[in-house]
Design a protein around this ligand. Structure first.
Ligand SMILES: C[S@@+](CC[C@H](N)C(=O)[O-])C[C@H]1O[C@@H](n2cnc3c(N)ncnc32)[C@H](O)[C@@H]1O
Length: 257
């Protein structure tokens, strides 16, 4: 995978219109990479499952479920899972993975969700909120479909990462305290796509959560799984052997008030 920051969305749309975040195009390539990558398979997914704990019998919405790897793990642990995603291509792969009976629906997190109030015990939102410029409407909908006391588990790009990269690249005054657009060119499975992310500071995240009626139970920078170091020697070459964490994603457990 190539991750190269390019131009902010407003400039790119004017200069070169075309679909952003077209997961349909890279569905196969992304899904294959996600299945075995360090950051997904040996970091994000185990951390999410650890935070979720015992999910047996819980009704869970996997929001932005992609090709369904977390859905599958939650279902294996006894949860009753529904998956939504904006990409029909990703859901097609999820269908292959999860079978004809899996509850999978195309839905955009930026729009009203096709569920009644108080439907779910938990919502998982793995690596999806950072595609949204405005978190308010999406969080309000997730709060609405959660039962009172239900949990929203979130992972997003860590808010410090790209500011740190900018500083390391010699930028004199890297921006942090703004909601900033970042477009990356991804090449996966031989297909290209432009991915548009919205980076925001930590305070903007926590304020959005509380404004939507969530109580913050956990903010987590979890460790990677121990076997990762042996499996990915190249990625760990410059990471001190005593370290058990790296800066990649930030995790939240939020309780619906
Ligand atoms: C980085 S992938 C993560 C997939 C899955 N959660 C996982 O961790 O394996 C992001 C997913 O979010 C979906 N997505 C992006 N924007 C979305 C939106 N506005 N509404 C619903 N899904 C969205 C994409 O189609 C893609 O499947």
């Amino acid at each position: 995978m190539a991750r190269m920051p390019t131009t902010p969305e407003d400039q790119i749309e004017t200069a070169n219109p075309g679909a952003l975040n077209d997961y349909d195009t890279i569905a196969e390539g992304y899904s294959t990479e996600n299945a075995n990558s360090l950051v997904n398979a040996y970091y994000e997914r185990p951390a999410m499952l650890e935070l979720a704990g015992d999910v047996a019998g819980r009704r869970i919405l996997d929001a932005g479920c992609g090709s369904g790897p977390l859905f599958a793990e939650l279902r294996d642990r006894g949860a009753v899972v529904t998956g939504i995603d904006a990409s029909a291509g990703m859901l097609e792969l999820a269908r292959k993975r999860l079978g004809p009976d899996a509850d999978l629906r195309v839905a955009d997190l930026a729009a009203p969700l096709p569920f009644p109030d108080d439907t779910f015990d938990d919502v998982t939102a793995s690596l999806v909120l950072h595609y949204l410029k405005d978190w308010g409407p999406a969080l309000a909908e997730l709060r609405r479909v959660l039962k009172p006391g239900g949990r929203l588990l979130v992972s997003v790009d860590h808010p410090f990462v790209f500011t740190l990269f900018a500083a390391m690249a010699g930028e004199k005054r890297p921006k942090y305290f703004e909601v900033r657009n970042r477009v990356e060119e991804w090449t996966m499975g031989g297909q290209n796509a432009r991915m548009s992310f919205w980076d925001r500071p930590l305070h903007a995240m926590t304020e959005a959560f509380t404004a939507a009626g969530f109580r913050i139970s956990v903010i987590s920078e979890p460790p990677f799984v121990p076997e990762a170091r042996e499996l990915f020697p190249e990625e760990f070459r410059e990471i001190d052997p005593s370290r058990t964490r790296f800066l990649s994603f930030l995790f939240f457990v939020l309780e619906a008030g």
